[in-house]
Design a protein around this ligand. Structure first.
Ligand code: S3P
Length: 447
């Protein structure tokens, strides 16, 4: 899916108290990985709670193109019959990963050590994102990549015929780079080692162990050293995908913004490599309780009870960035309604997400009467309690920018308009009806 059709402008206005339960969809990161590892396993993988957003549907389609059987059963369970490590077939056509950076980067890793060739593309957002960070380590295994300038898509990857194992230190904190190298390492003989300075989300490591790979992580003075033994036989598993903390962030934020709200957000993944936003919200004075803490599918999970309350601006430590990298847009919206400045540093990676998120948030907040300061790797938002609103925000094909500004509009004096709600389909297809059921006041606008 390269495009989601005509733009769908939408506005959000000051809302009455939000009440009820928000059942957010399955974790996007875990959903991609469940499909890919299912495809690389022998036998049947059954997945419940899979995110049925466009990003993940595009990965499901890609796994079919590489030879796996992927089917949705009645009732919503997904079944993958895999081809085993090294068993990928050459796709007959171009692999279109739509908007999904995670999808394309992990799939490139998964095929890079098989003797096949594939060409990848995506939508305008994905075609603008850097892929050199993936193709560079993949060439160390013996793969060859030809892309546009900067390694951008469309890109053709020729997998290695006699892959070598690799030892690779990631030059930036990126779970996608780490995961691409580990997935490539699956079909290389010997040990593939990835070293990261800062902990990024570890779903790949956890899930590889669940599927039967020999993988371990050591904390050393060099960093986190992850060692995978190549050419394991992965076997199909039953996977329960927890609900996505990055999607939960939107109803959580909305409940914190709208006076008188109380919302329950059940079953949310609490993996420590993902929960930096909740630490930050606690520092801002947010009233969130974590109930019924438990483990599901190898991941910690809790029900979140969120109550409205005034927030204060904080300084977010840069070392927390990897554990909340996707949550800065919604944090910036919340910061606009807090008292005092919120300082976000060490966020350079936001410039190469689905869009340049520092720029998108800064411009959209300014359009709504919020003062911001912006630098190459920082954003400072000057919160004033109740921002004026009344502005139009460009969303640049970015689902999280679209949802963040719709949440902001629930607490501003005047409505906030976004130019396109379409991209929300990529990660949270039910976002608009779900928020409306809680009490949000959205309106479809004319283009
Ligand atoms: C993801 C890793 C992060 C994150 C993305 C999902 C993943 O990207 O922003 O939404 O599932 O591995 P980077 O690896 O580029 O930091």
């Amino acid at each position: 899916m390269s495009s989601h059709g005509p733009a769908r402008p939408m506005s959000s206005r000051r809302s009455a108290p939000l009440k009820g339960e928000a059942l957010v969809p399955g974790d996007k990161s875990i959903s991609h990985r469940a499909l890919i590892l299912g495809a690389l396993s022998v036998g049947e993988t059954r997945i419940t709670g899979l995110l049925e957003g466009q990003d993940v549907l595009d990965t499901a389609k890609a796994m079919q193109a590489f030879g796996a059987q992927v089917e949705r059963q009645e009732g919503g369970e997904w079944v993958v019959n895999g081809v085993g490590v090294g068993g990928f077939a050459e796709p007959e056509s171009v692999i279109d990963c739509g908007n999904a950076g995670t999808g394309v980067r992990l799939i490139m890793g998964a095929m890079a050590t098989s003797p096949i060739t594939a060409t990848f593309t995506g939508d305008a957002s994905l075609r603008a994102r850097p892929m050199g960070r993936i193709t560079e380590p993949l060439t160390l295994f013996g793969a060859k990549a030809v892309g546009r300038e900067g390694g951008r898509l469309p890109l053709t990857l020729k997998g290695a015929t006699s892959p070598l194992p690799v030892r690779y230190a990631t030059p930036m904190p990126s779970a996608q780079v780490k995961s691409a190298v580990l997935l490539a390492g699956l079909n290389a003989p010997g040990e593939t080692v990835v070293i990261e300075q800062e902990a990024t989300r570890d779903h790949t490591e956890r899930m590889l162990a669940v599927f039967g790979a020999d993988i371990n992580t050591e904390i050393t003075p060099e960093g986190r050293v992850i060692t995978l033994t190549g050419q394991p036989e992965l076997t199909g598993q039953t996977i329960t995908v927890p609900r996505d903390p990055s999607s939960a962030a939107f109803p959580v934020a909305a409940a914190l913004l709208v006076e008188g709200s109380e919302v329950l957000v059940p079953g949310i993944g609490q993996n420590p490599t993902r929960n930096g936003l909740f630490t930050t919200l606690a520092e801002m004075g947010a009233d969130i309780t974590f109930e019924n803490e438990r483990e599901e599918g190898g991941e910690p999970v809790a029900d979140l009870r969120v109550r409205f309350g005034p927030l204060k601006g904080v300084e977010v430590p840069p070392e927390r960035a990897p554990s909340m990298i996707d949550e800065y847009p919604i944090l910036a919206a919340l910061a606009a309604t807090a008292q005092g400045p919120t300082v976000m540093r060490g966020i350079r990676e936001l410039r190469v997400k689905e869009c340049d998120r520092i720029n998108a948030m800064a411009r959209g907040l300014e359009a709504n009467g919020v003062n911001v300061e912006e630098g190459e790797d920082f954003l400072i938002v000057h919160g004033t309690g109740t921002p004026p609103g009344g502005g139009i925000c460009a969303t640049f094909l970015d689902h999280r920018i679209a949802m963040s500004f719709l949440c902001l509009g629930m607490a501003t004096r005047n409505p906030v308009k976004i130019d396109d709600a379409g991209p929300i389909e990529t990660s949270f297809p039910d976002f608009i009806p779900l928020m409306e059921r809680l009490g949000a006041s959205f309106r479809r606008e004319n283009a």
